[in-house]
Design a protein around this ligand. Structure first.
Ligand code: PLP
Length: 478
């Protein structure tokens, strides 16, 4: 039995009185609620190591004052109504002890950005604000089967906690081989660390590399998850504009500790960083001693031509932390990502992961290793590439047809979202009136303002809905 109250044998207050006050104060402070079952006098006496008579004396007083009620055959309960003469003095006196004192946040806590707020959905609403993958086409049955198989066959070590904080080695081997095949990333499996989504990779990277006041260069517009982290860690953020072939290197100043880039498909503008720009960036970082975080969040999805090799594979001695995720190729809730770190960062990264949350869940990692090893992941990616390409074409085609020059689609044919600039001043109002939800690009700019740009997701939305959404945006408001 969990002991609900404590007594102090060294106190001058008699034990029955302590028991009485323990219950009464807990009821007044609403720690115990009306209807809660109360342990029997025998149980409580046993748990506290007291005589039953002591507990009975306290219970009798509590019942007499209306804090407890006894139902014959069922036991004793906290009364649903507080007694009319519950001591107001007592209540007042108790309040300060139970009122939540303001909790002082650390500097990190104070610097956290606005909280995530899920948006309500409405009927008839066309939601173009979802940039995630299509869940309906994910082979969930197969995934369930793999999970169940692992639950059934898993040996005790898979249920144990410990081992390597860097992750389940068979999965790390699969990831290293996959990245070598698909992204020209050069690494051994022990440089791959499995994390809870790429957001954790960014967080740990900043913990390890950024001190308060350090400079961090970020794409502008860029990924708010990286900016919020940099600010929370006390970095001074250096905005770097983005052109049609990636990061505008001329904007880089001084020697930032690190630069966060999305070279495969700039988030959110959609440009792919040219090879020349990649080599220039690496050379620049080599001279400054800046660490590059290469955030390859959706590189699997390119719809024209092969992807350029990852910066990591071209780095040749420049420290590149390569970050990837299964959230975008599988499903958002999987929360498994990975980071490929330079050799010298393997030990600190693994220690930081261990301190943060020990390790990512092993059973999921084991199932994922098989999913990859049996070729399901790459098969799924190939299927999704075809599907998402046609959804993107539907979006771009509809924008051309219905809005013409009033909508400009930025970026390459890639990814799961497109950044669209509207030359219609009242597009926000049109979206609101005609029930289309879109994500404004405003918060993705460091200034907090975009030139009337919106991020439109297309991967998880069927073509008819996409076209209908765009048609609505073309409708005038009055
Ligand atoms: C650029 C970028 N980096 C990182 C992430 C975080 O991904 P995860 O879900 O793996 O934490 C996202 C999410 O979509 C993203 O767009």
């Amino acid at each position: 039995m969990r002991v609900p109250i404590v007594v102090d044998r060294g106190s001058d207050v008699p034990l029955h009185r302590q028991i009485y006050e323990g219950w009464r104060d807990g009821i007044l402070a609403r720690r115990f609620r009306g209807g809660d079952k109360v342990p029997s006098t025998r149980e409580l006496a046993g748990a506290l190591g007291l005589s039953r008579a002591t507990v009975t004396a306290a219970y009798e007083q509590l019942s007499a004052e209306g804090y407890f009620e006894t139902m014959h055959g069922a036991g004793t309960f906290v009364c649903r109504e507080l007694p009319d003469d519950a001591p107001t003095v007592g209540r007042k006196a108790l309040r300060p002890a139970f009122r939540a004192a303001p909790v002082a946040l650390s500097r990190f806590g104070q610097r956290l950005g606005t909280a995530y707020a899920p948006q309500p959905s409405g009927t008839g609403l066309i939601d173009l604000s979802r940039f995630g993958p299509d869940l309906e086409t994910f082979p969930l049955r197969l995934w369930r089967r793999l999970l169940v198989r692992h639950l059934r066959d898993a040996q005790p070590p898979l249920f144990a906690h410990g081992g390597d904080a860097g992750g389940y080695m068979p999965l790390r081997r699969q990831i290293a081989a996959y990245l070598a095949r698909s992204r020209a990333v050069h690494c051994d499996a022990d440089q791959v660390i499995v994390v809870n989504g790429s957001q954790q990779a960014l967080d740990i990277s900043m913990r390890l590399l950024v001190d308060t006041g350090d400079e961090v260069a970020l794409e502008d517009p860029g990924y708010p998850g990286a900016r919020q982290l940099a600010l929370a860690h006390g970095a001074r953020v250096q905005p770097v504009r983005v052109t049609s072939d990636g990061l505008h290197l001329a904007d880089l100043r001084g020697s930032p500790r690190l630069v966060h880039v999305t070279p495969s498909h700039q988030f959110p503008k959609g440009a792919s960083m040219s090879l020349a720009r990649r080599l220039e960036l690496l050379e620049w970082a080599r001279r400054r001693g800046t660490v590059i975080i290469e955030d390859d969040y959706d590189s699997e999805y390119r719809y024209s031509g092969p992807p350029l090799p990852a910066l990591q594979g071209l780095a040749d001695g420049v420290p590149v932390v390569y970050v990837g995720t299964f959230s975008n190729v599988m499903f958002r809730g999987i929360r498994i990502g990975y980071v490929v770190v330079p050799r010298e960062l393997v030990a600190p990264f693994t220690r930081a992961k261990w301190l943060a949350d020990r390790q990512s869940p092993l059973l999921d990692q084991a199932a994922l290793a098989v999913f990859m090893g049996e070729g399901h992941l790459e098969r799924h990616v190939r299927r999704m590439r075809r599907l998402y390409r046609s959804r993107r074409e539907a979006l771009v085609g509809a924008l051309e047809r219905h809005l013409g020059d009033d909508a400009v689609v930025h970026g390459d044919a890639a990814g799961m979202h497109a950044l669209v600039g509207f030359r219609v001043a009242d597009v926000r109002e049109r979206a609101r009136r005609h029930a289309v939800r879109m994500t404004s690009a405003d918060p993705y700019y460091l200034s907090g303002r975009s030139p009337n740009e919106f991020i439109l997701g297309f991967a998880a939305i069927d073509e008819r809905t996409i076209v209908e959404g765009v048609k609505r945006l073309a409708l005038r408001v009055s």
